[in-house]
Design a protein around this ligand. Structure first.
Ligand code: ZN
Ligand code: ZN
Length: 344
């Protein structure tokens, strides 16, 4: 069965890059053969962008593209998340745990938070819940998830935010190191301030705390700290990999194969690394598959490669999630649907 349990509807900052990617995503679903970069094209593109922004990311207009691509790729279950930091009601939580004050990192992160924290959680929840029936009728189970940033010591505050809604599953993510967002391209020079072995040891400590917290159904992109290629030798990391794997197994928390860094970051490697993947599988850690797509044309991306990688390593089942319960599904019956199906 093909599933994608980690994908997003939108994410700022609202740069020209965002405009370009949004237009590209919409063009992917339109059969128009028109020439680009003519004056007519530009006028039309501006109109399309305006319509998209007016409807917003929590709209049928935008969500239908995701359904269409789920059908194109033969996905049977799709879980949509979105980052917790997009939602205004989480402001106090992020203000407490990320650096918004230091001259260098803090100022940039304060600016970033203002750019990305623009939505309301209930709008997201209502959209996904209201679309479940239509998706099911078309043969795709739609699930409501959330990608929640985990901070050591912030467990109760996080639980209080999440308890207000009935999610199908909650992803725990570590994107910050002592308040510094280490996957932010504008702040990557900070890697030079650390001893990498120490950095990785501490990062994996946080990952282990997340796994032990009991808050999450799966932990995302376990080794995303490698995003910009700052990584000690993996031989040094092996004991840490084993420790993380044992912790996930002990607390019965799953993880994912996530290609986000493979197609969007300099490291060009999926999470976890091939060596880490083997260690996790040896420990019996459960896996789901994801795309970490931020646009509808990317959902299910590399899903066939990921399933092949997992099967080669002896895995026969993948994890799906519904009403906070993990349900294992056989990888077989992997229908490779290549034809484009257009919705009415
Ligand atoms: Zn993430
Ligand atoms: Zn994500």
């Amino acid at each position: 069965m093909k599933v994608d349990f980690h994908l997003h509807l939108e994410e700022g900052p609202y740069s020209m890059g965002f405009v370009e990617k949004t237009l590209k995503a919409m063009a992917y679903f339109e059969e128009s053969k028109e020439k680009t970069h003519t004056k007519e094209w530009l006028l039309d593109a501006i109109n399309r962008m305006q319509t998209r922004l007016k409807h917003g990311e929590f709209s049928k207009l935008w969500l239908d593209f995701y359904l269409q691509e789920a059908l194109n790729k033969g996905l049977k279950q799709v879980g949509i998340v979105d980052h917790l930091y997009r939602f205004k009601e989480t402001k106090a939580y992020f203000e407490k745990y990320i650096d918004l004050e230091s001259v260098e990192v803090g100022r940039k992160q304060a600016e970033w938070l203002e750019q990305v924290m623009v939505s309301e959680l209930h709008d997201f929840v209502n959209l996904i819940n209201s679309a479940k029936k239509e998706w099911a009728e078309k043969g795709v189970k739609l699930k409501l998830g959330i990608e929640a940033d985990y901070f050591v010591g912030g467990e109760q505050e996080l639980a209080a935010i999440l308890d207000k809604y009935e999610f199908d599953y909650i992803i725990g993510s570590v994107h910050f190191y002592n308040g510094w967002g280490f996957d932010n391209p504008d702040l990557q020079h900070k890697f030079n301030d650390f001893d990498l072995n120490e950095l990785y040891t501490n990062h994996f400590e946080t990952v282990k705390h997340a796994a032990a917290s009991g808050l999450f159904d799966f932990i995302a992109h376990l080794d995303n700290i490698k995003a910009f290629n700052h990584r000690p030798s993996e031989e040094n990391l092996l004991p840490l990999y084993q420790d993380v794997a044992a912790t996930l197994a002990r607390h019965d928390v799953a993880t994912e194969v996530n290609p986000g860094l493979y197609y969007r970051y300099p490291v060009k490697e999926m999470c976890p690394s091939p060596m880490f993947l083997k260690v996790l599988l040896q420990e019996g850690v459960k896996f789901t598959t994801s795309s970490d797509a931020h646009f509808p044309n990317d959902i299910g991306i590399y899903n066939d490669n990921i399933l092949e990688q997992l099967t080669e390593n002896g895995l026969t089942e993948i994890a799906t999630f519904s009403e906070r319960t993990r349900i294992m599904k056989s990888i077989e019956n992997n229908t490779k649907s290549r034809e484009i199906i257009h919705l009415e």
